[in-house]
Structures are given as C-alpha cells and as structure tokens.
Write a protein that binds this ligand. Structure first.
Ligand SMILES: [Mg+2]
Ligand SMILES: [Zn+2]
Length: 333
C-alpha cells in the first residue's frame, strides 16, 4: 500500500515528473466506501482516460460532512488500502474538504473524471478547465451503490431467520413395524415421542414431517389411504398438544428415480420454498441412513436415532437413543 499511497505534497512532485515524461494524468475523487463492482468499473474507465490514475479519497471527516455522521462505514485507512490494491489505481491521496477543488488546483490533471449524476455542470469544472484539463463524465452504473448494498444488508439482517426441525415419521415418531405403516392399528409411538414433540412444539422451530411412502408407488396402499391415515395422525398429535406445521411425503417407487425420495433433497427444498426456511439453521431427526444423508447434503444438522450404524461416507452430527434425547440436543444448543 505504501508505494501507492501519497501525501498531497508528495503527489504534486510525482505529477510534475509524470508531466515531464508527457504522461497524461487522470484524477477521480470519491469516498469509495464499501468497495463494489460499480466502483471498479468506474475506476477502470477513469484509468482508460490517460496514463496515470490518481484517486482523491474523501477523508472520514469530509464523508461525514456530506453523507451524515454514520458514514463512512469503513475508515479512510481501510478505504485507501483497498484502492491501492487495485491494478488500475496508480496513486491514492486523501483530502479533507467537502469537494476536491483545492487539491485539483495543486495537481492540475489532464483529465478529471466525475460521475454522471453531477455531469458537466459540476463544481470541479472551472478549476480543471482553467489549467487546460478536460472533464470526463463516467458512464455511472445505476443501481450499484454503497447505499443500496447497505439497504439490502439491513433488510436481510432485520428479517427473522425461519428454522425447522424436520422429522422422519416411521421409526422416529411412530415405531417401525413389519412391512409398511398405513393403518391406524399399526400406529404406535416411539418412547418419549409425545414428550419430545410437545417440547419442540413450544419452540419457534417449524415442525415438518418428511417421509418416504414408496408403499404407495409399490401398490401396497392407495394415496387416499395415506391421506386418511396422515389426517388421523395429525389430529391425534394435535390433541396431545403437538403442532406439526406440514407433512411432505414421497409416494414414488424407488425405480421412479424421483428427486423427492430420501436421501434426495426434493422434499426439503419444497419445504424451504413454502416456509422460507434457512436450512443452515435447521435440523433433521431420523432413524435411517437416508435421513442423515439427505440432511448432510442439504446443510442441516443431523441426529440419528437408535444404534450407531456404519455409514458409508457422511456421518450424523449427533446420535440419540430416543426422540426426547434428540429434542434435548437441539434445545441445548
Ligand atoms: Mg424412518
Ligand atoms: Zn418421490
């Protein structure tokens, strides 16, 4: 940074030398607060107007004077350091006034660049043209500005993160049995399931069941039977003080190669779209390797219920012996 960063008096000497070598000196001033691609494009365009580009950087005091007390976001030393790292920038100096007229009078550039929002009718024009320089109006990229970036950051961070606990159904909420579970008489809860789900219902996690139901695709039970059973389960859980926000299921046969059958992440993506969920802040609890692989591939934190098993590659983040212990893992964090 040192070799490009100059005091104003150092710069005056350098410009004198450059002019002796018949180099065309270009100046461009600004605050360059939170550097973005609009800045980079303008700087490149400025550099193309001559041989040596000098950035006249508004000091922190000067930025405060025209953009208010909360700006700049980045202090002048950091703004200067970023600018000196750019290939198109030859020199950087800092000025303290609200406009660069004083320093332009000292440097006497061949070309001074300015954004289109001020245009030809800018305060710098007189001083630049007086010494035989010309003004170049940059093609400013509208829609790219530090203020817009800051607005977007504020918007993103003021929104509440929506997070979810995704739950497998069979083997996680209710016990797995021989064959497929599609009838009320086959519904038997796993140990502590009610207590666990009640506890989770009191949190602001969305509770979403994600279940493979290939029994439909295999022809073991019909779609209507699944819906009937599902409705009964949800009503039953509701009566127990449990909130389930949504159920997603894959009805397909494995040979359909659909993108919703776990370990594929289709159902998760659907839930994310429907609820605006941040997967990064969410969890999956399941008893099967497929639940864990799905979760890990989608950046969820994963809890494997039951015994440790040998996973082919992706390991679960946690093991829990029952649903309540799994819920506690989540609530303890
Ligand atoms: Mg299961
Ligand atoms: Zn499917």
């Amino acid at each position: 940074m040192k070799y490009k960063f100059k005091t104003q008096s150092e710069l005056v000497k350098i410009v004198r030398l450059l002019k002796k070598q018949h180099k065309k000196v270009v100046t461009f001033n600004g605050s360059f607060d939170v550097l973005h691609s609009g800045h980079i494009g303008s700087i490149r365009e400025a550099k193309n107007q001559g041989d040596a580009l000098i950035i006249l950087l508004n000091s922190d005091r000067s930025v405060k004077n025209y953009k208010g007390p909360l700006r700049p976001i980045m202090p002048q030393a950091e703004r200067a350091e970023l600018l000196t790292a750019l290939e198109d920038v030859d020199y950087v100096t800092i000025f303290d006034e609200i406009n660069p007229i004083k320093i332009l009078g000292k440097i006497k550039p061949d070309v001074h660049c300015n954004g289109s929002d001020w245009g030809r009718n800018c305060v710098e024009r007189e001083i630049v043209e007086k010494d035989g320089g010309r003004l170049h109006i940059l093609k400013w990229k509208k829609g790219k500005s530090t203020s817009l970036i800051i607005e977007k950051i504020v918007k993103v961070f003021s929104q509440k993160t929506i997070k979810a606990v995704f739950l497998d159904r069979d083997g996680t909420i209710n016990k797995n049995k021989e064959g497929y579970i599609s009838k009320i008489e086959d519904f038997e809860l796993t140990p502590y399931a009610l207590k666990a789900l009640r506890k989770l219902s009191k949190t602001d996690y969305k509770l979403i069941i994600i279940t493979n139901q290939s029994g439909i695709g295999r022809g073991y039970y019909k779609l209507e039977e699944f819906y009937k059973f599902n409705d009964w389960v949800l009503k039953y859980l509701k009566k127990q003080g449990i909130r389930i926000d949504q159920v997603y299921f894959c009805p397909h046969h494995p040979k359909d190669f659909c993108d919703c059958r776990k370990p594929n992440i289709g159902m998760l993506l659907k839930a994310t779209r429907d609820f605006g969920i941040s997967l990064n802040d969410s969890w999956i609890i399941g008893d099967d390797e497929r639940d864990i692989i799905m979760g890990r591939s989608a950046n969820l934190k994963t809890i494997k219920l039951g015994q440790k098993i040998k996973f082919s590659k992706l390991q679960p983040n946690f093991y829990a012996s029952n649903l309540l212990k799994a819920a506690n893992v989540i609530l303890d964090r």
